[in-house]
Design a binder for this molecule. Structure first.
Ligand SMILES: [Zn+2]
Length: 461
């Protein structure tokens, strides 16, 4: 039987959809810098082609994922799956909930694999951004399922157990557990998770240390926090990120950077990560997401109760394993709807980190050159559509970041006589490259189209 979601949920979704175009119009501020001042027509076309493909794939992936979950939640398919799982564990009924949760998490991941494969091995590879082969890619995907996605299973089981025991406060308790798990995840990631994907070692190069140590000292950090990851065997992307919490915190540079970036650009990369460190952005992010998770879970619980009772009986048990597909469906719909909030916060944090780094390095030209280089190598979207910017972008548009750096340059009053305040246009050779992330922490650069279909905690830029 097809169960209609609660009427007010439909109303809420409709209202959100109606408010969206308005918000997008309000956000569509006129760019004062033009991509053509910095990039050649070929570069702009390549970036547009590449990003349009990514947006399209993302949309298809979301529709497929939500479609699959809706079908499982509101048709007989879910019950059939559950019966099959139940048959396997006939004598141990307690195992049905975790086994069914595992099955659904696995299905969610499998539904995403074709889209991720086309994105990485099709699109990104054809644009020269990814260099690893299919075998290595599949191995990384499998690892990321067993290292990251798998945590959904105990978490969802815990949520359902808490739902049974604490009828009023289960959502709050679940969020607290999620917050603590996130702290553990971020603390352990540099030691247990990241080495599964990359070889990460302290930076040995004397040249790098001589360029970067003074900056670290200035910010009150030791030189040994600098690490590098051998990302070059998988991706051509240039990036860096802050890893860890509390003890063992470190700044990790993609090893491609050493060859690709000029000293002034490298200094800005590191200064940006220092900003995340000094301003405690990672722990603030965890606190924000934990608070958000409480709200999201509360809403999921309300929807679950409304639809389950309407579909079955007024006192139906909403925390039984038969509610799992609906739980995943509502969770994913709501996480999709709150993506703009998460992205807005992330952009705010990234702007703050850029501002801090500009103050620390006092070299806005180095920053502007870095952003240009990143845009070329990672094929950044030079003119992101307002909707994509609003919904998906975790970093401000690259032109906005260049513009902000140039504005600082005016403020610092640098090069009054000999240089104009614009970075010379079209003087740099075009090189295209980019990404395949499995890191934790906050990166200096690039947006990636976020996909929250899989695991929501711990895996981001
Ligand atoms: Zn950052």
């Amino acid at each position: 039987m097809l169960v209609k979601p609660a009427r007010w949920f439909t109303t809420l979704t409709a209202l959100t959809a109606a408010a969206l175009p308005l918000t997008v119009c309000l956000l569509a501020s006129a760019e004062s810098l033009k991509a053509a001042d910095f990039f050649s027509p070929e570069e702009m076309q390549a970036a547009a082609r590449y990003n349009n493909k990514l947006y399209t794939l993302f949309a298809f992936k979301e529709v497929t994922l939500l479609g699959f979950l809706a079908l499982t939640a509101f048709s007989r398919l879910g019950a059939a799956y559950r019966r099959d799982v139940g048959k396997i564990f006939r004598s141990r009924q307690k195992l049905v909930l975790p086994a069914y949760a595992f099955f659904l998490v696995l299905m969610i991941r499998l539904a995403a694999v074709p889209f991720d494969a086309v994105r990485d091995l099709g699109v990104k590879k054809s644009f020269g951004l990814i260099v690893e082969g299919m075998g290595a890619w599949l191995a990384d995907h499998a690892k990321s399922f067993f290292v990251a996605d798998i945590w959904y299973v105990p978490f969802v089981v815990l949520v359902f157990v808490l739902m049974q025991r604490f009828k009023r406060s289960w959502w709050l308790l679940s969020a607290v557990v999620l917050g603590m798990a996130s702290i553990a995840w971020y603390s352990l990631a540099p030691h247990l998770i990241e080495p599964l994907f990359f070889k990460i070692t302290p930076v040995q190069s004397e040249a790098l240390h001589s360029q970067l140590d003074p900056l670290l000292r200035q910010a009150g950090l030791d030189a040994d926090v600098l690490h590098e990851a051998d990302t070059g065997r998988k991706t051509r992307e240039v990036n860096a990120y802050l890893s860890g919490l509390f003890l063992g915190k470190r700044i990790v540079l993609y090893n491609v950077l050493e060859k690709e970036a000029e000293p002034s650009e490298l200094r800005f990369v590191v200064a940006h990560e220092v900003a995340h460190w000094r301003k405690n952005h990672v722990i603030k992010g965890i606190a924000f997401r934990t608070a958000g998770a409480a709200g999201v879970l509360l809403l999921v619980g309300v929807l679950l109760k409304l639809t389950t009772r309407k579909a079955r009986s007024p006192d139906a048990n909403v925390s039984g394993s038969e509610s799992l597909p609906a739980f995943f469906f509502y969770l994913n719909v709501i996480l999709f709807l709150v993506m703009p909030i998460e992205c807005a916060l992330s952009r705010h944090i990234e702007r703050a980190a850029d501002a801090y780094a500009l103050e620390l390095t006092q070299d806005p030209q180095g920053a502007a050159r870095l952003f240009e280089k990143v845009a070329r190598k990672n094929l950044s979207d030079l003119n992101p559509p307002p909707l994509a910017r609003f919904w998906l972008h975790t970093h401000p548009p690259i032109l906005e970041r260049i513009e902000e750096a140039l504005r600082r340059k005016e403020r610092f009053n640098i090069g009054e006589d000999s240089e104009r305040t614009t970075v010379p246009a079209k003087e740099k050779p075009s090189e295209a490259r980019a990404t395949n992330k499995t890191t934790t922490g906050d990166s200096v650069e690039e947006d990636e189209n976020r996909s929250r279909g899989e695991v929501t905690h711990g895996k981001n830029d």
